[in-house]
Design a binder for this molecule. Structure first.
Ligand SMILES: NC(=O)C1=CN([C@@H]2O[C@H](COP(=O)(O)OP(=O)(O)OC[C@H]3O[C@@H](n4cnc5c(N)ncnc54)[C@H](O)[C@@H]3O)[C@@H](O)[C@H]2O)[C@H](O)CC1
Ligand SMILES: [K+]
Length: 511
């Protein structure tokens, strides 16, 4: 990978970004020159997105800090290129450099308006009110202006981030600009991968304005703490290498424990996810009454029939399933129901890595033993959605307000690898390494798609003994693969056409 391409996968916090910036300035780069570099490239991108023949009148919102300075450089450049530019700056006191750009824009004859309403004839709005310097909520007339702007149907390009969002948590501070496009300056910031901010960021792009690699890599620790798993990286992990000379057990043996009378299909869907991973051997433990169904649907799986309770739930695991040493990985949970306490208690005694999903998570929450997972001999992977996450970690308040930090905290306190499902799925290990899946599709918000993921994760981890990838990287890779299959399926069949069965059939098509 080319060195600057690697930057596409790095996400930096506000503090790290400020430190990187500090190093650039300490090295002697003039502040004004850095702003000029960043804002010039941003204005060029805006001209590509909104060429002069399609857009004529551009309104520029200018804030008091350097985000406002960027906006004024953009205003100047667009004006020089022939756009009909006007400015609205609802502040009297500006940072010095911003004030200088304001004076120059004024001297060029760019008109300044005293109210937002005067910009409603524009065909494009540039939002340069606040960037990563926003510390307190928008209030008063400023908040009224932003709410008014959000009611217009004029495209908005936000510079660096939509004004009003917290750069790290993605929280809306008072109110925030709903952008059509956001042009993130230099390096990706967490806000772009926090679910709560996605309604505001629009189409997001990064503008690489040439931050020296040495300043980046001397600031952020190794391994990179917060990383995006995009195609280039994922295809470094996938497909897993398969030696010429091998046999089925060498390619991993997964035990899947799933299903109940009520949720019979979950065991089939997770088996299909596991099969798509290419796992060498798949054993599936299901209620005995489901065995004929499973044998019919998963003829290549070894079906283990388990005693069933009156409620149609696996009552206990037979010896074949509790011979834990036979398995490289156990994945447990899809469709079990919350009654299968015995199963989860028993499976926690296994020494191999364990993937727990769905009702296994709810049972784990009931058992109250989540913070003792670090005592297990091998890794545990928990794959909650937000509701399950809240039951598992009730002392992590409002995880939706900062999903990245919440996932990191959960991994640290439980000693497990946590995969928090969402529009931007987050994976954290107990040491603080975080992977983010940068794209997905709402087509995945559908019953059964999580079951497919559990099987896929289990199947990939079972084969991981032939590689030296970290477990969390493989968990993230499974989530990336799952999302990509859904994106492709949605493209070919529409979002409505991505039921869980279809999804599992698309898994092998992405390569
Ligand atoms: N990353 C880089 O290397 C570069 C970043 N650039 C741009 O600079 C901004 C960050 O600039 P900064 O001046 O630090 O902060 P802001 O412009 O976001 O605004 C801070 C400014 O606003 C005041 N303020 C904060 N909250 C409020 C509020 N609720 N109401 C009113 N006023 C508020 C605060 O007191 C400050 O005065 C970054 O995002 C980039 O756009 C460089 O130009 C290029 C290099
Ligand atoms: K902004």
């Amino acid at each position: 990978m080319e060195p600057r391409q690697e930057l596409n996968s790095i996400v930096v916090t506000t503090e790290q970004m400020a430190n990187i910036e500090g190093k650039i300035f300490a090295g002697g780069m003039p502040v004004a020159a850095l702003m000029e570099k960043a804002a010039l490239l941003t204005s060029q991108r805006i001209q590509q997105l909104y060429p002069l023949h399609t857009v004529d009148k551009v309104g520029v919102l200018v804030g008091p800090g350097h985000n406002g300075g960027d906006a004024l450089v953009i205003a100047r450049e667009l004006h020089l290129q022939g756009y009909d530019v006007c400015v609205y700056c609802p502040f009297t006191k500006l940072k010095e450099l911003t004030q200088q750009h304001a004076n120059y824009a004024h001297s060029l004859g760019i008109p300044y308006h005293n109210d937002l309403e005067s910009l409603n004839h524009c065909q494009l709005i540039i939002d340069g009110l606040f960037g990563f310097g926003l510390k307190r909520p928008l209030s008063g007339n400023l908040a009224i202006d932003v709410d008014r702007l959000n009611q217009w149907s004029i495209p908005v390009v936000s510079v660096d981030i939509p004004s009003g969002l917290h750069t790290d948590t993605g929280e809306v501070l008072g109110t925030a600009v709903k952008a059509t496009h956001s042009l993130c300056l230099g390096l990706w910031k967490p806000v772009y991968f926090q679910d709560q901010a996605l309604a505001y960021t629009g189409i997001a792009e990064k503008i690489d304005f040439g931050i020296p690699l040495k300043d980046i890599f001397s600031t952020i620790p190794q391994p990179i703490p917060l990383q995006l798993l995009h195609k280039t990286l994922a295809l470094g992990f996938l497909p897993l290498p398969r030696p010429q000379l091998t046999h089925k057990y060498q390619q991993g043996h997964l035990l899947l424990i799933a299903g109940s009378h009520r949720y019979a299909g979950a065991s089939i869907l997770s088996s299909n996810g596991a099969k798509a991973s290419g796992v060498g051997m798949l054993s599936v433990a299901v209620p005995e009454s489901l065995k004929p169904l499973l044998v019919g649907k998963i003829p290549d799986g070894l079906v283990i029939d388990c005693p069933v309770s009156e409620k149609g739930v696996i009552a206990s695991l037979p010896p074949l399933a509790t011979d834990f040493a036979s398995y490289d990985i156990i994945a447990c949970g899809p469709g079990l129901t919350r009654e299968a306490t015995e199963v989860v208690t028993r499976v926690l005694e296994a020494k191999c890595p364990l993937v727990l999903d769905a009702d296994a998570l709810n049972i784990l929450a009931q058992l109250g033993t989540v913070n003792r997972l670090s005592k297990r001999q091998n890794a545990t992977v928990l794959t909650p959605h937000l509701g399950e996450f809240k039951r598992l970690f009730p002392d992590i308040h409002n995880p939706e307000k900062d999903r990245i930090s919440a996932t990191k905290q959960a991994a640290s306190q439980s000693g497990a690898i946590i995969l928090l499902k969402g529009a931007r799925t987050i994976i954290a290990n107990p040491q603080g390494k975080i992977w983010i899946i940068p794209e997905s599709t709402p087509a995945l918000a559908r019953g059964g798609s999580g079951d497919v993921l559990t099987g896929l994760i289990g199947g990939l981890l079972a084969q991981n003994k032939t590689t030296n990838h970290t477990l969390e990287a493989m968990v993230a890779t499974a989530a990336w693969w799952h999302a990509q299959a859904a994106i492709l399926a949605a493209k070919e069949r529409s979002e409505l056409g991505v039921d869980a069965g279809t999804l599992s059939q698309y898994l092998h098509t992405i390569f």
